[in-house]
Design a protein around this ligand. Structure first.
Ligand code: SF4
Ligand code: SF4
Length: 447
């Protein structure tokens, strides 16, 4: 029986993805990397190196200072030229480790056996796999960047792994290309995830606009009696949201305020599965990832790059921008964060983190908000079943108690409401602000 999630939208006709999924993944290795000690929104590490230190690719250079972060490793061999300090949006001091590559760095990488065939995993226990996740700095590579080992240290009984290969964000194609080129590594990684959880089955979940990737994965698992099923889902945004994936694949809901583990499910991105295979079977910690560089650039493409590669270099490698006024977004157009609006891309300071799936260049078309006309569209498309226009009013009235009563904490920050609003109201932004404020007040015991 087919299941569908509530709400959602079809933001594009799919032509945006064709920009970057027609050519193989390219390797790009910069001479200098700038590795932030904050690799995802709530994860801060402390640098273990200082200027002048010599490091080898794979050395641990950052250790978590609090829950929610994962080890950070040198992504190239070379000399630490500087430790720069910046302040983030919460005014925390964040160290950036700058490494300059050794002269003869980076001989061509050879494929591991696990990247060419399915290998025997019987020697890897649950404990060993989880420990390697932790040591190797594995995080969710689909966006949130939460340390993977923490999910697997659960005391809940896990029945299913859902491997999120939906890649429902417009423009992004890094997961699609990874599935086409690294199928064996992915399947080995999925089997390791299932083992780490003690799960009886893993579903690899793709939208039906990636039939070629599904076929290539099907061919690898065919006639092998593996606990893996490839599941095709309708192309609809946000199909890859955790709760939407559970609803679409298993026909059940994650209770409000709970994690999927509560109902026996762990969800991981397909890139995380491949990275786990690299860590466990290739002895390579998480030091690189595939990034889509697309939109208004001359040659959109996917690149395999070391963590810490500067955005400016990848935009130049893609032939430069074609927009008059650039809006540069880290991630996709629905959930990504704008890093720069302007003409000069050299003003961009960002570098690739473990969660950078894409660098998207759009033509900036900012327009002012107008009053809500009560059309109800935002409520109709909200996959969390919220009334975004009501929460918008509550936020503007500074009424956090009302936002709480309207369940703002259930927002998944998908951006569907903002996308459909004819008044161009910044609904997703304000509902997310309310959500974060409610969580903060709850932590403080104020509500
Ligand atoms: S309120 Fe949140 S979950 Fe609902 S559509 Fe807007 S961003 Fe998505
Ligand atoms: S979509 Fe925009 S205009 Fe329509 S009800 Fe929601 S906030 Fe109001």
């Amino acid at each position: 029986m087919k299941h569908f999630f509530h709400g959602g939208i079809h933001p594009t006709d799919g032509s945006d993805k064709l920009l970057s999924n027609q050519a193989p993944i390219r390797m790009y290795t910069p001479k200098t990397v700038e590795i932030s000690m904050k690799q995802s929104p709530n994860s801060v590490c402390q640098a273990l190196v200082k200027a002048g230190d010599q490091v080898l690719k794979g050395d641990i250079i950052g250790k978590p200072v609090k829950f929610g972060a994962a080890n950070i490793h040198a992504s190239i061999s070379g000399r630490v030229s500087q430790i720069k300090t910046i302040h983030d949006d919460q005014n925390r001091e964040i160290e950036i480790v700058i490494i300059e590559a050794d002269e003869n760095e980076e001989a061509a990488q050879k494929l591991g056996e696990y990247e060419e065939k399915l290998v025997d995993l019987s020697g890897y226990s649950r404990e060993v796999i989880i420990e390697k996740m932790k040591e190797g700095g594995l995080v969710g590579m689909g966006g949130a960047g939460f340390p993977t080992h923490v999910k697997y240290e659960t005391t809940e009984v896990i029945n299913y792994i859902l491997v999120n290969a939906a890649e429902c964000e417009p423009y992004l194609t890094c997961d699609h290309m990874l599935m086409l080129e690294q199928g064996h590594g992915i399947i080995n990684g999925v089997l390791l995830l299932a083992k780490a959880a003690g799960a009886m089955k893993a579903f690899i979940c793709l939208e039906d606009n990636k039939k070629d990737a599904a076929k290539s994965l099907e061919e690898i698992i065919a006639n092998k009696d593996l606990p893996i099923e490839i599941r095709m889902l309708p192309t609809k945004y946000p199909q890859g949201g955790e709760r939407q994936l559970v609803e679409s694949v298993l026909g059940t809901e994650v209770p409000a305020g709970e994690l999927p583990a509560k109902i026996g499910v762990i969800i991981n991105n397909v890139g995380t599965a491949k990275a786990l295979a690299d860590i466990v079977l290739g002895n390579k910690p998480l030091t690189s990832r595939v990034v889509t560089v697309t939109g208004k650039v001359n040659n959109p493409s996917n690149y395999l790059v070391p963590i810490g590669t500067k955005f400016t270099e990848l935009i130049k490698e893609s032939g430069g921008t074609t927009a008059k006024i650039n809006r540069i977004v880290e991630g996709g157009p629905m959930t990504g964060a704008s890093c720069l609006i302007g003409e000069e891309i050299d003003e961009l300071n960002e570098s690739v983190s473990k969660t950078t799936a894409g660098i998207l260049i759009l033509e900036d078309s900012s327009r002012d908000e107008t009053p809500c006309i009560r059309c109800g569209e935002c409520e109709r498309v909200c996959p969390a079943g919220l009334a975004p226009f009501k929460i918008d009013f509550a936020v503007l009235e500074d009424d956090i108690s009302l936002s709480n009563k309207l369940y703002a904490t259930e927002c998944i920050s998908c951006g569907c409401c903002t996308y459909v609003c004819p008044a161009r109201r910044e609904l997703a932004y304000r509902v997310t602000v309310a959500k974060n404020e409610i969580f903060k007040l709850r932590r403080e015991g104020a509500i």
